[in-house]
Design a protein around this ligand. Structure first.
Ligand code: TPP
Ligand code: MG
Length: 1017
């Protein structure tokens, strides 16, 4: 090995000896003090730095080997001297690069050519250090008082002093020496060599001015090169005069809009954008660039801050419609509770001025719960892409805006990022814009997050992060342009961190000086960005003062005129704020086209066909697991016997909807196989890696597609995503299945804020289905209860009001409710209720408590007859046994729901009480089937005891919901008795024998006909 090859090897392989434990310094090791909060960045990065420098030497070496005239004569002399020289001893090898990279000239080398190599390496290391850590030095805070990155470590090798040269073993005398530039930088433009002075100047301009680029953690060379080229190429960041004028005009609109609101409604909360007015030109730039690249639909989510401004100046909602929302006398035209003005959504199709192309912009309505809308936006964007066949996200894209505190603090942000690259969840790149006003309500960043930047969460998906000083509008626009180009080129997420400030308190009424006195003293002194930028353009001669003033006056006039016409608005139509209209599904007035629902049964032929597909492998030469062959064989036997188990019932529902053209999407943890191994919707070839087959997609050649996808291990993010997916179209059955129903509560925010109350707040329908495995089976406190009590407590049907049964009562009741809660006891009924979801003329969320042991219970089967043409979902299943034949003899009427029916039935048989006790199953719990329950009560002996029996504890389950409604049915004239588990804190015991004892005890009560005698209700 030559001396040189030895050196290269050391640089590559031997590095582990000296860089370990220290990386954030980009290879400059001895000075790096570990930062108490952050530590250093990855070893891989440093390894990259070294290998890049060494590869440059290597490049030279191989070029020289080919032909010595290929390289400069100093290299020629260097390699000539080294050729054939013995390899250096091991300890020298280990020591040399460290010395070298610290810039100290090897003391024993008198050779000047060697110094040339070492100096080149030093310069390359310096370049790399700027690329990796220049953002720490960048001037990002417009106020100039805070470190935008919360990192007290000062990278002394980068700060603009001459001392840093010594750090690299260079001196002042080297500043005017020319150095050859590596291929990993673009600062040269057309030049391949530059004087060191110019190298540093250009690097500082690229990485340490008003833009801080964080990207060197990305482990893809092409992407890194792309970013370097965008930020290093000389002159690329400069805007033309026309662009500057457009930017100024947008800044005028953004600023004057807030000023106008502040003038007219000085004591109203509006969460204004003051301090980050550039958000508007930023978004418009992203949309312009994306539109030019072919995007024609943008779905956005954002929090409160600046929302009205975005509606007015990005979405272009009519100003009078916005202004009238401030009128306290405005009456609500729509049913439902409505929402505050800075939560409402919007959908608008218009011509994009920049590109003269059509563009549809949707801003999703959202609750106060920060970041909750993120996955919802992604789901809706994914659905639009799916239905348009936009498999690469070239037509539809999403933009998410965030506050700095919420972006760092809310876990759903992380969950959403983790969906970004998953095949069934990716939206092919989201542009995230953080309004980083360096404060969250009254809390400083130093106590609000542990990461240096609020944006660090994005690093998990290798998204580049562009920090930019928001008081430099041109830098902001440039960064936005690059972000949009990045998304269009790589279809990956990207983050823009607008480092700004908040001119008022959290809202306009808040006093920020209580908590941030110094910051706000500075803010009071801070000149408005519009003033600074207009002065700049006037000084540059890009606009005249008069032109600027005219632009301001023109927009002020527009606001005034809109204000005048807003006074004519007497009624607020929330429908006009709908983010996801379904024009063909409803009438022009937004009403259902009918108020009835057809039967949900199926043709025998269809059932047979679906059943056969469900029991077979539709692909040739496909080897399935022998255990699965047994499953398919037993399915085939069931089909032959015209029987359905739970899995087949589901197959019938999905398959028949697919036949009718409805897309079905089932998502959740392990849903493809099914947590309980009963579903098997994706077959895996046992011989060929990753070869799979989804039989449901082989039913008919013209069927709708079936999507079944195992999700990431998230509930909040994934449920939000599916809700968004279901929002895009009424012609899809979207189902989210919890692994066990118990886990849905980590998605409680989506359930409370969107699913339960979404229609009331935002007048939009949603037909999402939640499948929540539920049942007390001795599996412990966290694998038993899907918490029916919580869903029922949020159901809005009145417990004390006995409704009129006019018209189609079933449909009317469904129309009036906020969601439907069912617990089906048979596969046929499960199939019916899923089909009803789609055959209804409107959409409501459906909560299904699904079984576990019943999946394979021999009694929990249905005949094909229960699903035959003309049949329907049974909201209540009467007792068809002996008690049903002679209802007069019945002494006890037990109402129940779900799996406990089978336990009750078995016990009744054992106790030989089939004539005395009737067991009635409530399949639809909410809205409560008052009509059918009353019929049951009236049919039976009026002296019979009324019992509600459940397997859940008394303070849980259904009892609190059922009891007042049953009492309403009997006009409070008869008592309703409770049979079930005693009240408890945990939903279930972890002890098997306690579990069985509890069951035994309440079964005894259920059939002890004297249990309630003499007791007061
Ligand atoms: C999940 C959630 N928790 C708490 C709040 C209450 N809250 C409203 S705004 C706010 C501060 C948000 O700070 P930031 O994300 O930086 O946005 P900014 O208001 O500064 O624009 C808080 C804590 C909320 N809306 N949502
Ligand atoms: Mg903030």
């Amino acid at each position: 090995m030559s001396h040189f090859q030895g050196l290269v090897c050391v640089l590559r392989a031997g590095g582990g000896l000296w860089w370990r434990g220290c990386g954030g310094c980009g290879g400059i090791l001895s000075r790096c003090r570990p930062h108490p909060r952050r530590g250093c960045s990855s070893e891989a990065t440093v390894a990259g730095a070294v290998s890049s420098s060494s590869s440059y030497v290597e490049e030279m070496y191989f070029a020289w080997l080919e032909d010595p005239t290929n390289v400069h004569e100093s290299w020629d002399a260097f390699f000539r001297n080294r050729k054939g020289a013995p390899s250096p001893p091991a300890e020298e090898v280990a020591r040399r690069p460290s010395t070298l990279l610290q810039g100290r000239v090897l003391s024993h080398s008198p050779d000047t050519t060697q110094k040339v190599v070492e100096d080149h390496l030093a310069v390359h290391t310096l370049i790399r250090a700027y690329q990796i850590r220049g953002h720490h030095v960048a001037q990002l805070d417009p106020l100039g008082i805070l470190d935008a990155d919360l990192d007290s470590f000062v990278p002394s090798d980068l700060i603009t002093t001459i001392d840093k040269l010594g750090f690299y073993g260079l001196g002042e005398s080297d500043l005017d020496r020319s150095f050859r530039l590596p291929h990993t930088t673009f600062i040269g433009g057309g030049e391949t060599t530059l004087p060191l002075r110019e190298v540093i100047r250009r690097l500082e301009a690229s990485y340490c001015a008003h833009v801080g680029v964080e990207f060197m953690f990305i482990n893809n060379v092409t992407q890194c090169q792309w970013i370097r080229q965008k930020f290093e190429t000389p002159g690329l960041m400069r805007l033309g005069d026309a662009e500057k004028r457009t930017l100024l005009a947008r800044l005028v609109r953004s600023t004057r809009f807030e000023d106008f609101l502040a003038r007219k409604w000085s004591s109203e909360k509006r969460f204004g954008l003051e301090g980050c007015e550039v958000l508007i030109p930023a978004l418009k730039t992203i949309i312009d660039v994306s539109s030019a690249a072919g995007v024609d639909s943008v779905i956005m989510g954002m929090p409160h801050r600046g929302r009205l401004n975005v509606l007015a100046n990005v979405i272009r909602k009519d100003l009078d419609q916005i202004f009238c929302q401030f009128d306290p006398k405005l009456e609500a035209a729509d049913e439902g509770s409505g929402d505050v003005k800075y939560h409402l959504g919007m959908h608008h199709e218009r011509i994009n001025r920049g590109t003269e192309k059509n563009i549809t912009l949707s801003l999703m309505a959202n609750p106060s719960h920060l970041e909750a809308v993120d996955p919802v936006v992604q789901g809706k964007a994914k659905a639009e892409q799916f239905y348009r066949g936009d498999t690469l996200g070239k037509k539809v894209m999403s933009i998410l805006m965030h506050g700095d505190a919420a972006f760092a603090g809310q876990g759903v942000v992380y969950e959403t990022f983790h969906l970004s690259e998953l095949p069934s969840y990716t939206t092919h790149g989201t542009i995230h814009v953080v309004v980083n006003n360096q404060i969250g309500f009254t809390t400083d960043p130093r106590v609000a997050r542990s990461s240096p930047y609020p944006t660090d969460v994005a690093r998990v998906v290798n998204a580049p992060i562009f920090h930019v000083n928001a008081d430099n509008p041109e830098a902001v626009v440039y960064v936005c342009r690059v972000a949009a180009e990045w998304r269009n080129t790589f279809n990956k997420d990207v983050v823009i961190d607008l480092v700004c400030y908040r001119r008022s308190g959290h809202n306009e009424m808040d006093e920020p000086m209580f908590t941030q006195p110094l910051m706000y003293k500075q803010i009071r002194r801070q000149e408005h960005v519009l003033k600074k930028y207009s002065d700049k353009l006037i000084a540059e001669g890009v606009v005249t003062l008069q032109e600027f003033e005219e632009e301001v006056a023109k927009y002020d006039r527009i606001c005034e005129e809109a204000y005048t016409s807003s006074k004519d608005e007497k009624i607020s139509h929330i429908r006009h704020w709908l983010d996801s209209p379904w024009p063909d599904f409803f009438t022009a007035e937004g009403e259902p086209k009918t108020m009835s629902c057809p039967p949900t049964g199926l043709d025998e032929e269809i059932m047979q066909h679906i059943g056969q597909t469900a029991s077979s492998v539709p692909l040739e030469d496909f080897t399935i697991h022998p255990g699965l062959s047994r499953v398919l064989r037993s399915r085939a036997d069931l089909v032959k016997a015209r029987q359905l188990d739970w899995a087949l019932g589901e197959y019938m529902a999905f398959g028949s909807l697919l036949k009718g053209g409805t897309h079905v999407r089932l998502s959740g943890q392990d849903v493809e196989r099914g947590t309980f191994s009963h579903r098997h919707h994706v077959l895996h070839d046992q011989e060929v890696d990753k070869r799979t087959c989804v039989p449901m997609n082989h039913l008919w050649s013209d069927q709708a597609p079936y999507t079944v996808c195992n999700s990431s291990l998230s509930e909040y993010g994934v449920l939000g995503f599916e809700l968004g997916f279901a929002m895009a179209s009424p012609d899809v059955l979207v189902l989210w299945e919890a692994q066990f129903g118990d886990f849905h509560n980590t998605a409680q925010c989506i359930i409370d804020q969107f699913i339960s109350s979404g229609q009331a707040k935002w007048v939009r329908n949603n037909g999402i289905v939640l499948l929540l495995p539920h049942g007390m089976e001795g599996m412990g406190p966290e694998h038993s209860s899907a918490r029916p009590e919580r869903f029922l407590q949020m159901s809005k049907d009145d417990p004390d009001h006995f409704p009129d049964f006019g018209g189609d009562f079933e449909v009317q009741q469904l129309y009036d409710c906020n969601w439907i809660v069912v617990n089906c006891s048979t596969p046929a009924n499960y199939c019916h209720v899923l089909r009803r979801q789609i055959l209804l003329p409107f959409r409501k969320p459906l909560i299904v408590f699904t079984p576990k042991s019943l999946l394979r219970h021999p009694d929990a089967r249905s005949s094909f007859d229960d699903l035959a043409k003309g049949t329907r979902f049974k909201r209540l299943i009467p007792d068809h046994g002996p008690s049903g034949q002679s209802p007069d003899r019945v002494r006890r009427l037990i109402f129940c729901t779900g799996k406990v029916y089978y336990e009750l039935s078995k016990e009744r048989k054992q106790q030989n009480l089939e004539n005395e006790v009737a067991i009635i199953r409530l399949e639809q719990i909410s809205p409560f089937p008052f009509d059918l329950v009353r019929a049951e009560v009236e049919k039976h002996n009026s002296e019979a005891e009324l019992i509600w029996c459940q397997e859940e504890h008394k303070n849980m389950g259904y009892y609190d919901y059922i009891r007042p409604r049953l009492l309403t049915v009997v006009a409070n004239k008869r008592p309703v008795w409770y049979v079930g588990r005693d009240p408890a804190a945990a939903p279930a015991t972890g002890n098997k024998s306690t579990h069985l004892n509890e069951l035994k005890k309440f079964m005894e009560t259920a059939f002890n006909l004297n249990a309630f005698q003499g007791r007061k209700a």
